[in-house]
Ligand binder design. Sequence first.
Ligand code: AMP
Length: 478
Amino acid sequence: MDCADCGKCWGDACGIFGIYAPGEEAARQTFFGLYGVQHRGQESAGIAVGHDGQIDVHKDAGLVFQVFDEETISHLRGDVALGHVRYSTTGSSDVHNAQPLIGHHSTGPFALGHNGNLVNTIALRDELSVAGSQFHTTTDSEVILHLIEQSAADTLEEAIAQAMPQMQGAYSLGIMTPDRLIAVRDPYGVRPLCIGRFNNDNWVLSSETSGLHVVGAQFVREVQPGEIVTLGPSGMDARQVIQSQRKACCIFEFIYFARPDSHIYGRNIYMSRVRMGNMLARQAPVDADLVIPVPQTGIPHAIGYAQVAGIPFGHGFIKNTYIHRTFITPDQRLRELGVRMKLTPLKEAIAGKRIVVVDDSIVRGTTTGPEIELLRQAGAREIHLRINCPPLRYPCFYGIDTSTREELIAARMSVEEIRQHLGADSLEYLTLSNLTKAIGLPKIHFCTACFDGNYPIPIPEDVKVTKFALEDEPVADS
Ligand code: AMP
């Protein structure tokens, strides 16, 4: 299922889109570009624009189309713009936490948009407060803003370079001055960030390649882990600030977050998901009449499963695309109602059949159960659940708000217990080694902490206790 539709709030990562395009109405182009990363955050949206040594910003709660109209866009004039869509990870969903944030360095004003999550926010916040910083939001992004502001460096790029070694955790940043854009990525490259180009001298930075397509830009390259890249009047200027020890791109980007048309590590997300489905069909075959996806994210996974299984692919659910977030209170009856609003079973396609239901993941297990119940009510004879990733057992500290470990169903129950709890006839998860085989890269390229508890960036003890509600420790780092 899609994040925008679930209403149960396993918080998502954020999206960044920026553009340097003299004479091209940068804010309007950014408005369009944000549609290309809207799936990464639906809580708030904002655009900052630079002109004549100043920065103007407009941001509010809501989807891109709700926050901006012709009037707001036409007031945002300038050659360089930075946009952000947010889903809260650190900090509440308060509109004051909307981004881009505006900062003031001795070299001038700057805007900042962050995707990711720092793990040493509390320690940094304490140090910065002692040094005189005043905080207006509850976000870790504001900590980054103050680290840059407090630097005595002669250029903004140098101030960022001085801040980077102090920041522990995941950060893909878009930073804008009144005349240029700066892209920054943490040394592990946990969250994606890429650069594009159009009409020779116009530059784009985007969380995903899906943002480039919207404005007709060509992909240039990914921002490298530990790198700062400046895009502006002198073209593209890159500087490796921290040598990357190992890459640790979030593997969940491949499974669920990233848009299917995007590319990460040169691999197309849609084709990767189809291959995951292929792998799962080999790993966990079943005799059945029909393979159906849980829309939308489960579609390529299900296509892949059906291809190898030799079972017809079809739709068993119709999804209501008009529902974004339902703000449903977390009680079972209302949650079921929420699933009913979003998904209607196609009785005629399902009744009397043995169905393979393919989805990308099970998180809390709270929407999957009601979905299976809907299929039973529609007359499905057997229901075999196939999940295209391993059981999610550990919380994420790098930009996905999985809350506590207690809430992850696979941290509390065995696969057999989950099957019984959900009411499926069989349940199989893709193994981690088959997952990385499907993507086509060794495990060492990824952060797989949510599956195996190997956190590539150490988590401070005080942060760990807030999310580790269960007893056993994760397996040692490898
Ligand atoms: P549940 O049954 O409550 O565990 O929900 C599983 C569904 O949540 C699957 O259909 C996934 O596509 C979807 N999902 C996975 N990750 C997220 C996320 N970060 N936010 C919202 N939904 C998600």
